[in-house]
Design a protein around this ligand. Structure first.
Ligand SMILES: *Cc1c(COP(=O)(O)O)cnc(C)c1O
Length: 375
């Protein structure tokens, strides 16, 4: 492949940070770079929040759900349109997901539908243990009504902000600050990367303490290894955290570049039948990936026509996430929706959006798509 959807984009500051870790032999497992990385994310998001560096975003979600008390027999209500890492931890805990559609105006969880279903479930005494909205493609979910619902029904709210670090919500509140906890991912394709990593961000100090405890094999205080529960080896390595320190320096610049790429696609490809992911006036998306839909009837060209044509020229693009209620794994699961997510999956495409993509590379993508549409 010549042009990828989203590649790691180093700032040039990372190697010095990694060298510092080597010089002090804080190669593994924990160390000052990890402490500094956690502090730098907290400083970016909200100084009152607690940040715990972990080996992946999925690990962060797993810990958050476990700390929320999710276990066998419990339900977790979750956005259907998400990535595997944003749902599989529900399975790790033996819980049952119940899937929710998107609001067509934001492409994030349909809060009105969620509210109706919570009222019904409360009346029937079958409320979920946790709700997990996904910040899709860099856009913050509608935090205020979600937090109000979570409080009203005393349900834990865990926001999957893996795709939205750098975004903000109404009034400038940062994505990743929502709910009882939010999870972040620093996987290689995300807006910033530690090569692989994640973070649990929480307002509750006891959640952060428990996450650190569970992520380091649940060692009770004792000179020997003493365990009253089971844990995981989930902490972020100090070396990876050093990379993250270099990446935090350029986070806002990366967001600005991704938004510029989105705007350029929108200006040059917009026509009847091509619709770009909406961004409500009071939200600020990272535009992690440029996502659009193609109406084949109106344009005469399908999503697959575009994707396969680009592939022939070694340009990677990808359909939007396949909703989880459509996956073989979740066959028979309950879905509340009207198929907004199904239609997005049928016609939606993510275009190359890496912040290191050059204008010339983007021009080639644009020209090729326009030629196909004009043919
Ligand atoms: C990337 C991502 C995750 C977590 O991914 P990891 O690869 O485990 O860091 C979770 N949810 C969503 C929506 C994601 O995009």
């Amino acid at each position: 492949m010549r042009l990828y959807l989203s590649r790691p984009h180093m700032s040039g500051h990372e190697e010095a940070r990694v060298a510092e870790a080597f010089a002090s032999n804080f190669v593994a497992p924990l160390g000052p770079q990890l402490d500094a990385f956690e502090a730098s994310v907290a400083a970016y998001l909200d100084q009152d929040l607690h940040c715990v560096g972990l080996s992946s975003g999925s690990a962060a979600l797993h810990l958050a759900l476990r700390i929320a008390g999710v276990g066998p027999g419990d339900e977790v209500w979750i956005s259907s349109m998400t990535f595997a890492g944003g749902i599989f931890p529900v399975n790790y805990l033996g819980a049952t997901p119940r899937f929710f559609d998107l609001d067509p105006d934001t492409w994030t969880i349909d809060t009105a539908r969620l509210s109706e279903e919570l009222a019904k479930a409360a009346a029937e005494n079958r409320l979920p243990k946790a709700i997990v909205p996904t910040d899709l493609y860099g856009q913050s979910a509608d935090l205020a009504p979600l937090e109000a619902l979570a409080e009203q029904y005393e349900v834990r709210l865990i926001v999957d902000s893996a795709e939205s670090l750098g975004a903000s919500y109404k009034g400038g509140r940062k994505a990743g600050t929502g709910g009882d906890a939010a999870i972040l991912s620093f996987n290689g394709n995300k807006i910033i990367t530690t090569s692989g990593g994640g973070m649990l961000v929480t307002r509750h100090k006891d959640w952060a303490d428990e996450a650190r405890f569970l992520a380091t094999q649940a060692r009770d205080p004792a000179p020997h290894y003493e365990h009253s529960t089971y844990g995981y080896n989930y902490r972020l390595s100090n070396i990876c955290a050093a990379i993250g320190l270099g990446q935090m320096e350029v986070l806002d610049a990366r967001v600005a570049r991704r938004r510029e790429i989105f705007a350029r696609y929108e200006q040059t490809l917009c026509r009847p039948g091509i619709t770009f992911m909406p961004e409500p006036a009071d939200l600020f998306s990272t535009r992690w990936l440029t996502a659009l839909t193609i109406d084949a009837q109106e344009t005469g060209i399908s999503r697959e026509d575009i994707r396969l044509m680009l592939l022939e020229h070694e340009i990677e693009s990808r359909p939007l996430w396949k909703p989880m209620h459509m996956q073989p794994l979740y066959k028979g699961a309950t879905y509340h929706g009207s198929g907004v997510d199904e239609a997005l999956f049928a016609n939606g495409l993510c275009l190359p959006s890496g912040s290191d993509m050059t204008d010339a590379e983007q021009d080639e993508v644009i020209d090729r798509i326009n030629r196909l549409l004009n043919a």
